[in-house]
Design a protein around this ligand. Structure first.
Ligand code: UDP
Length: 241
């Protein structure tokens, strides 16, 4: 049950196809099988073509889920009827049962602007009785980051959510996961901002119609340059069939 399924290749990067990612990860969490979860989207696939370290981090992750609509589009073109699994949704389903974890400080939120992880943790403490979450923001000095790494090693949290943006979070996890070898480590992008209520998530009808990227562009127009790779991804997905 907790061995990773055979990956499907999306332009040379692995994506694991499962019906129920939450169940699979809960089982890993219970058995304390260290896991790096990557939530793959088309932007990351294109970025990994130039960023060797990002490509390696994705290759080495025990679980890569199809987060972006571009990846789903790629899979459907190849007759894989896979449902999308968003990083924020997957992290939320893990947190919903994290009140039952046994370590003294089982969950850690790391990253985001100062105060953001704290605000997100406050929301989760209200939602899940008994959940214990430690927090740290994502703009630490090298010395403070070293201290934070030491705290992680001492506390051995079981679920570590990292919000540093792509590719920083994937590279940070790859470099530091040995500190808590039995934990589930997951890069969650801007999820703390959303849980803290600072940024709204795209309306459901946009999510359902695979247009969440358009809403993000409307929210953060500076993303246009990063998003130029999306049509390139779509074209390759069509041509490489
Ligand atoms: N961030 C951080 N430290 C940094 C750079 C970024 O904590 O040095 C945080 C930033 O505050 C934001 C998150 O990383 O909350 C990145 O979110 P975004 O939605 O941009 O992630 P992406 O689109 O890259 O997945």
């Amino acid at each position: 049950m907790s061995e990773a399924p055979k990956p499907f290749s999306v332009m040379g990067l692995p994506v694991h196809l499962l019906d129920d990612y939450t169940n699979w990860l809960r089982s890993r969490l219970q058995k304390q099988k260290g896991t790096h979860v990557v939530t793959l989207n088309a932007e990351m696939v294109m970025q990994a073509k130039h960023d060797k370290a990002l490509g390696e981090a994705i290759q080495q992750a025990e679980l890569v889920v199809p987060d972006g609509s571009g990846v789903i589009f790629y899979l459907r073109l190849r007759n894989q009827q896979q449902q999308r699994c968003t990083g924020i949704g997957l992290a939320a389903s893990l947190l919903e049962t994290a009140g039952q974890l046994e370590a003294s400080s089982p969950v850690c939120f790391y990253g985001g602007a100062p105060g953001m992880a704290k605000a997100a943790a406050k929301v989760w403490r209200q939602r899940v009785p008994g959940i214990a979450i430690t927090t740290e923001h994502g703009y630490l000095s090298p010395k403070a980051e070293q201290e934070f790494r030491q705290t992680l090693a001492e506390q051995q949290p079981q679920l570590i959510l990292v919000s540093l943006g792509v590719p920083r979070q994937e590279l940070w996890i790859r470099e530091n996961r040995w500190l808590c070898p039995q934990a589930i480590w997951m890069g969650v992008g801007g999820s703390f901002d959303i849980w803290a209520g600072v940024k709204p998530r795209a309306p459901l009808w946009l999510q359902k119609n695979h247009l969440e990227w358009l809403y993000r562009l409307y929210q953060e127009p500076w993303r246009w340059r990063r998003m130029l790779v999306l049509p390139q991804f779509a074209l390759r997905a069509l041509l490489q069939r």
